[in-house]
Ligand binder design. Sequence first.
Ligand code: SAM
Length: 293
Amino acid sequence: MSAGTLYLCATPIGNLEDITIRVLRILKEVNLIAAEDTRRTRKLLSYYDIHTPLTSFHRHNYRKKGVYILNLLLEGQSVALVSDAGLPGIADPGEEMVLLAVAHDIPVVPVPGPNAALAALVASGLPAKYFCFEGFLPSKARARQERLRQLQTEGRTLIFYEAPHRLPETLADMLVFFKNRKIVVARELTKLHEEIWRGTIVQAVTYFDPVKTRGEFTLVVAGSTEPDSTVFGTVKISEPAVEKNILGQVRQLEDKGLAKQEAIRQVARQYNLSRREVYALVIQAKNGRKVEK
Ligand code: SAM
C-alpha cells in the first residue's frame, strides 16, 4: 500500500480571507486535519463550510500525536497539518511532524500562504534583501540576553516573534544589546487593529506600555551597521525611556504580588544595574521627581 501525503497548509494570520483556493480544496479532500489550535481552526473551517475530521497537534502532545498521525499516513491516509496561524513548521511543532514523515519516506507537500514574519518584513521599510528569522527569543532573561548578545553583530535585518506580556522585557533587553537601532513593531497584522509602528528601540520602550500591551507582535529590527557593535557599553539609567520602563516593570512585578525589594532585585538584574540604582529611581519617582512619559 502506498503512503498517504502530509500537506503543510498555510492558514490566515488574522483575516479569514487570506487563504488560497488550493488550501481550501486540500482541507476539504484530506482524511484528517491536524491543527495546533482546534478552536481557531474550527472557526476557519466553519467559515468555509468544511467538515473534514479534526484532531489536535500541539507542543504538549506532538510526540504521541505525531506517531498516531504517522501511522495514518503509513496506512495511506492523507493529512493536512495547520498551525494556529500562518505556515505550519515556523515557530510551532509542525517541524517535528515533517521530520517524522521524512524519516519514513512519506511525501510532504507544502501548500504556501500567509506568514507573519514575511508580512512584517515586507511592510517594515527595513532592508528585506537579506534577513534573519529568529522566531521567539528564550523566555528566561539570561538565555534571552545571551541570544541578543550573539546577534549584536548580525548585519542582516532581524525578525522576532514575541508574546505581548514579554514585549516590554524584550524591548528593554534589545536596548541594552542593539542600542537605539530602528525597529518596526508589526501588531495584529491583517486584523482590525493592525498597526505597523516604526521608530527606534528607545521610542518603542516608551510607546508600548508594559501594562496595556495587547495583541500579536512581530518585531523587525535593523541589522548592525557598526564594525564592532559588541562595544556598546551599558544602558544609561538617565535615559527617560529606560527609567519609565524600569519603573513600569517594578510596578508590574509588585502587581503580581512580589515584595518591592524582590521586584527591584529582579529588575536590577535584568538591566545589569545595582539594586541601589533601581531603588533610588523608585524613591525619586515616589517623591514626585518627574519621570518623562
Ligand atoms: N506559523 C506562524 C507563521 O507562519 O507566521 C507563526 C506561529 S507563532 C507560534 C505565532 C507568533 O507569530 C505570534 O506570537 C506572533 O509573534 C506572530 N504572529 C502571528 N500572527 C500575527 C499577526 N497577525 N500579527 C503580528 N504577528 C503575528
